[in-house]
Design a protein around this ligand. Structure first.
Ligand code: SAM
Length: 426
């Protein structure tokens, strides 16, 4: 049997390439010390999938026909370990891949010999294998959806010529960011020079799992932290977090506005359960409601001084964290943009005079972000852009003094997820 780490990776690859599903957030739970190997292996398989398949193809008896997914997965995992994971021995890389090929639900048993032959040959010159794979065009790893997302990220900054630079950057595993919930941070977490509450892991130090598991800190992407660094000094007594699970931003909102009444909405029952659990563990008081936010807003009463609409979106800005994103099917953009508009319309109705609404998506696609702001400007002239983010984090076009009404960081100058956010008041 292959090790649990390799089985987890194989399952995740089948989910992505077989089911066109995302890698679940907790896919590596319970792997303990092997989690690092599993993460590196999965990340490289996903980030190099196109090149790996292209390298294998001419070595097949019938290249046009290809091989089943089980064989592709076993070969990709073996090749990645031989080419880029020098800590894994030839024996482990080859034998575990062969065993994987021989696993009924994850491999393709008749191709056990083929996997063995290809990997044994490749193991004879691991550096040569890496060089051959890297010499293949990077575009093989970049399906059209990724190409489109990258262009959307660069166009507003007049930087389309830097597409390859951005792609190379997104191919590196992201450096995580944290926030303290209680007490002092552990050694090795250093303050971010641009965001005072944001902590970064110093180079080469272990991931602070025990600290997180003890509930003393949380992971929160740098862009989310910047989003929540809005400057707003008007009184805030009622807050709505309209799309709240898993609750990272709800936590930050509660801590930024202690004493305010906080309502957190989430439509999916399983995510509601996770949201409740997160808030309970962190001692955050909020009214959690399972509902479609638009429907709930339409049928309930009262106005909010602060509404955060961290809307469901394509997630095109999360390619670095989710290297499976380029390989998934992204045919639900019309549904998402319709939902985003419906949520925005309903939220705008319930904004108190003088209140603040923040709309955000972790996407670079203009139709999910800035286009909604332009549409709202016509549909709801009573809503005015309001500058709340430090200008250095946002788009130069909207700079008003030191602050900006639009947070759309430059993808090459900003380390963090791709985001579009705008702030409005009425
Ligand atoms: C971008 S995520 C929110 C992340 C969250 N704000 C955080 O920082 O932890 C969007 C969330 O909206 C939820 N959602 C999708 N459609 C919704 C709807 N119609 N009403 C309320 N929530 C919705 C999704 O299930 C998802 O949990």
């Amino acid at each position: 049997m292959p090790t649990p780490a390799r089985l987890h990776v194989a399952h995740a690859l089948h989910e992505v390439f077989g089911e066109k599903g995302r890698v679940p957030d907790i896919w590596d739970r319970d792997l303990g010390e092997d989690a690092a190997l599993a993460q590196a292996l999965l990340g490289l398989c996903l980030r190099r999938w196109g090149r790996l398949q292209a390298w294998v193809k001419p070595k097949l008896k019938d290249p046009a026909r290809g091989v089943p997914l089980g064989t592709q997965v076993a070969l990709a995992m073996g090749l990645v370990q031989l080419a880029w994971l020098p800590g894994v021995s030839d024996h482990a890389a080859v034998n575990e891949a062969v065993e994987l090929a021989a696993t009924r639900d994850l491999g393709f048993v008749p191709h056990k010999g083929l996997v063995n032959a290809i990997l044994r040959r490749a193991a004879k010159d691991r550096a040569g294998l890496a060089a051959e794979l890297e010499a293949l065009p990077a575009t093989l790893d970049r399906p059209p959806a990724a190409e489109r997302a990258l262009r959307a990220a660069l166009v507003p900054h007049g930087a389309v010529a830097d597409l390859e630079v951005l792609w190379a950057r997104l191919q590196q595993p992201p450096r995580p960011s944290f926030r303290v919930l209680a007490g002092e941070p552990p050694e090795g977490l250093v303050p971010d020079p641009q965001l005072p509450d944001c902590l970064r892991l110093a180079e080469g130090l272990p991931f602070p799992r025990p600290w997180l598991e003890a509930g003393h800190g949380m992971v929160q992407d740098r862009s989310s932290q910047a989003l929540l660094s809005y400057r707003w000094d008007r009184p805030v007594t009622r807050i709505l977090d309209a799309c709240a699970a898993p609750g990272g931003k709800t936590t930050t909102l509660a801590r930024r506005h202690p004493g305010a009444q906080l309502t957190a909405l989430e439509v999916h029952p399983r995510r509601v359960a996770r949201l409740r659990q997160t808030l309970q563990q962190r001692g955050i008081e909020a009214q959690v409601v399972q509902a479609d936010a638009a429907e709930w807003l339409e049928r309930s009463e009262g106005a909010f001084d602060l509404i955060l609409l961290d809307a469901p979106c394509s997630g095109s800005g999360t390619i670095q964290k989710h290297p499976e994103w380029p390989w998934l099917v992204h045919d639900d953009l019309p549904r998402l943009t319709g939902l985003q508009r419906r949520l925005l319309t309903a939220a705008a109705e319930r904004l108190a005079p003088g209140g603040l609404i923040i709309y955000a998506v972790c996407s670079w696609l203009p139709e999910e972000g800035i286009a909604h702001r332009d549409w709202l400007a016509e549909a709801r002239p009573d809503l005015r852009p309001t500058a709340v983010w430090p200008a250095a984090l946002g788009a130069p076009a909207e700079v008003e003094g030191e602050l900006t009404a639009c947070f759309r960081p430059h993808p090459l100058r900003w380390e963090g997820e791709g985001f579009q956010a705008f702030a409005l008041t009425r």
